[in-house]
Design a protein around this ligand. Structure first.
Ligand code: SAH
Ligand code: SF4
Length: 364
């Protein structure tokens, strides 16, 4: 039986309530080794039995543990463990004309996070939120305008993948931490969730399919650098490559200057074929001139990198305009002529406020 048959009744907001057992541990936040140790302590069962449960939970989304034949003899233990899985609430999802699905999850304290499923060719990407709101205050970003409400917990991060795969039945292959929040401000939960997502006995998503995007949180980048997460993709929201303009767009630049950011990236241990991905939100009249492009090329020199131009997505409360297609292609041309490897990232899901920088719980 899948999890869809396990959930409670819909509540007044149309969401379904998660089961309401008293729990001592949320199993959704555990790597296999932790899970195994917990199962052993609770039931005396060994690795073989723990593996079956872990695979059922993370590969099938099925928590009906006592239905696993090898657990039939220990049905009481299986039921007790099943009761300790706190599943995410059923999300409310809306699809955009381009196939993008934005879903909103109501958390235990009633705050909401948004996640976006982007089907592209034969790989489906899930964009997840690491914080409710964001403290970084970038002046072009709807999430930044909310301020920070709180960090998202490990199980709430993992829960977004769980929901996308098993509630919404989407074949998620890639994860990008590009939803609400600055992931490196929530380092411990993000790091823990990376280990859970990567665990081969569970979700089994390789680091080369996971991108952590940061506004340039040098302390977090330096911490990541020490962890040996080979092939994890690092994206940095550059958005301007002069101190003055970047500070205007991204207040974090006061705390972590471009100069120090470059030093941190030069020291970051990239594998042979790895690169840093820079994101550049293009805002006409602010960061789209030729001198701005030259500053980008200067900043990027020496760093193996790719650059994604993201045309600014209009947010009604913010004082910037979206670029025209001509403005985007002109800036693209400047950068290519300067020798950079550049792509233009087309916006996804603008019709449902699911595009970059538009996530702020606008459609709950
Ligand atoms: N906080 C992290 C990750 C989430 S933001 C970071 O800043 O990297 C994800 C991306 O959306 C960032 O590259 C950001 O620059 C971009 N973004 C924010 N607001 C935007 C907007 N209004 N239009 C287009 N992109 C935007
Ligand atoms: Fe936060 Fe990223 Fe938005 Fe800046 S762009 S406010 S860091 S979510």
């Amino acid at each position: 039986m899948g999890v869809l048959a396990q959930k409670g009744e819909p509540n007044h907001s149309g969401c379904r309530n998660a089961r309401t057992y008293r729990k001592s541990m949320n199993l959704l936040a555990l790597t296999f080794n932790e899970f195994h140790a917990y199962v052993h302590a609770q039931t005396g069962r060994g690795e073989f039995h723990a593996r079956l449960l872990y695979a059922s939970l993370f590969k099938k989304g099925d928590i009906n543990f006592s239905a696993i034949p090898q657990w039939a003899r220990y049905a009481n233990d299986a039921d007790s463990l099943q009761n300790q899985v706190i599943l995410p609430q059923q999300p409310s999802a809306i699809a955009s004309a381009d196939g993008t699905i934005k879903f909103t999850t109501r958390l235990i304290d009633n705050s909401c996070i948004e996640s976006v499923i982007i089907p592209e060719n034969n790989r489906t990407t899930l964009c997840i939120s690491s914080q409710v709101g964001c403290a970084m205050g970038c002046t072009f970003c709807a999430t930044g305008a909310m301020g920070l409400v709180r960090n998202v917990t490990t199980e709430e991060i993992v829960g977004q993948i769980f929901s996308a795969r098993f509630y919404l039945n989407q074949p998620i292959k890639n994860i990008v931490f590009m939803g609400m929040g600055e992931p490196l401000e929530n380092f411990d939960n993000v790091y823990k969730s990376l280990k859970v997502l990567n665990d081969q006995r569970g979700f089994d998503i390789s680091f080369s399919h996971i991108t952590v995007s940061t506004s340039g949180h040098i302390n977090g980048i330096n911490r990541l650098a020490t962890l040996g997460l080979t092939n994890l993709r690092l994206a940095v929201s550059l958005n301007a490559a002069t101190e003055v303009v970047r500070t205007r767009l991204m207040p974090i630049n006061i705390r972590y200057s471009l100069r120090d950011l470059k030093a941190a990236l030069l020291a970051y241990p990239l594998g042979k074929r790895e690169v840093v991905f820079f994101e550049y939100v293009l805002i006409p009249g602010i960061n789209n001139s030729l001198p701005m492009a030259q500053a980008v090329a200067d900043f990027c020199s020496g760093i193996p990198c790719r650059l994604n131009i993201i045309p600014f997505n209009a947010v009604s409360s913010l004082p910037y305009a979206a670029p025209t297609p001509d403005e985007v292609s002109q800036f693209y041309r400047y950068l290519v002529d300067l020798g950079l490897f550049v792509r233009i990232r087309q916006p996804h899901g603008t019709g449902v406020h699911a595009a970059c920088g538009q996530l702020a719980g606008m459609r709950m």
